[in-house]
Design a protein around this ligand. Sequence first.
Ligand SMILES: *[C@@H]1O[C@H](CO)[C@@H](O)[C@H](O)[C@H]1NC(C)=O
Ligand SMILES: *[C@@H]1O[C@H](CO)[C@@H](O)[C@H](O)[C@H]1NC(C)=O
Ligand SMILES: *[C@@H]1O[C@H](CO)[C@@H](O)[C@H](O)[C@H]1NC(C)=O
Ligand SMILES: *[C@@H]1O[C@H](CO)[C@@H](O)[C@H](O)[C@H]1NC(C)=O
Length: 360
Amino acid sequence: TMPSLLLLFTAALLSSWAQLLTDANSWWSLAMNPVQRPEMFIIGAQPVCSQLPGLSPGQRKLCQLYQEHMAYIGEGAKTGIKECQYQFRQRRWNCSTVDNTSVFGRVMQIGSRETAFTYAVSAAGVVNAISRACREGELSTCGCSRTARPKDLPRDWLWGGCGDNVEYGYRFAKEFVDAREREKNFAKGSEEQGRVLMNLQNNEAGRRAVYKMADVACKCHGVSGSCSLKTCWLQLAEFRKVGDQLKEKYDSAAAMRITRKGKLELVNSRFNQPTPEDLVYVDPSPDYCLRNETTGSLGTQGRLCNKTSEGMDGCELMCCGRGYDQFKSVQVERCHCKFHWCCFVKCKKCTEVVDQYVCK
Ligand SMILES: *[C@@H]1O[C@H](CO)[C@@H](O)[C@H](O)[C@H]1NC(C)=O
Ligand SMILES: *[C@@H]1O[C@H](CO)[C@@H](O)[C@H](O)[C@H]1NC(C)=O
Ligand SMILES: *[C@@H]1O[C@H](CO)[C@@H](O)[C@H](O)[C@H]1NC(C)=O
Ligand SMILES: *[C@@H]1O[C@H](CO)[C@@H](O)[C@H](O)[C@H]1NC(C)=O
């Protein structure tokens, strides 16, 4: 439990950021990686939960009850943010914002598709991290998965390896991540209620992606690779696959609006009703071409683009038709690698001049 305490305590050291953080930044700020290596920390420091930035009152209570979970929530949020940056690396909006006091900052003030994705992917990150932590014995309130043996598992395979506890991860993430939405006050049918319903739906979609993609993994035993005996358990999917799945959900996200009765309904009733696995949004996205403090758009000036691509990373679309500058850049790569007995690889450094393009 030492590393988690370290992370917790350094997160508390960063609490001066708390003043800078608005409601929009929320518990994601737990993901901010402390740079300091604290040598002066106090075990069991009590005020930790009151000092962590970005928690809602309900989340603070959960923090007090489940202090040892907090480091994993932070880790999960960070995994989610990293995945977001990967999935959107070639898009105008690349998962960063004007307000650099937080990862997502102001983008989150509008209920756009991008907001939907970030809620889903960070909730997914939390399920992932908690489920894994249970399996690794890091938490006192959970252990290996207790999922029942799948019916279609061949009879002579053993079920009983220690699996990722995705049931616990799902339940805990639901409790913690949704807490802040459940505490909000709003008038029935108001814009605020629309946002709360949107956030809850997207949190759930993120959690379900992890839950549904967890699958059976097995290991062979038996005489030298004969694999006559197998032991199997439940295992989380690679988080990249969860990210890919949620990116698809982003592409097919449903535009919704709040009704006077306080329900989300499709803007275009000809489309299919979203399932709990789908992402929804209530505001149109800005084009993210220009810097705009209100929408949290950084703009694409200075972004690298691909001259020959016709996709979003192509200079035409990335630069929003403003044009681009060309420059030469020297890239150093490892090359002519040779394997030496035994056991290391030695490489030369090769330099190559490549053309690069940046948006005006
Ligand atoms: C980003 O943060 C640094 C210090 O943390 C600050 O000096 C700078 O002004 C910030 N930039 C923006 C655009 O907020
Ligand atoms: C920023 O975006 C808002 C909302 O879309 C818009 O009303 C405003 O005019 C934009 N500001 C600038 C400087 O482009
Ligand atoms: C995103 O784009 C901005 C410029 O628009 C750039 O400064 C930033 O480094 C990019 N972030 C990532 C994670 O690529
Ligand atoms: C640019 O786009 C083209 C076409 O999609 C692709 O083949 C090429 O690998 C890309 N170049 C870089 C540097 O990403």
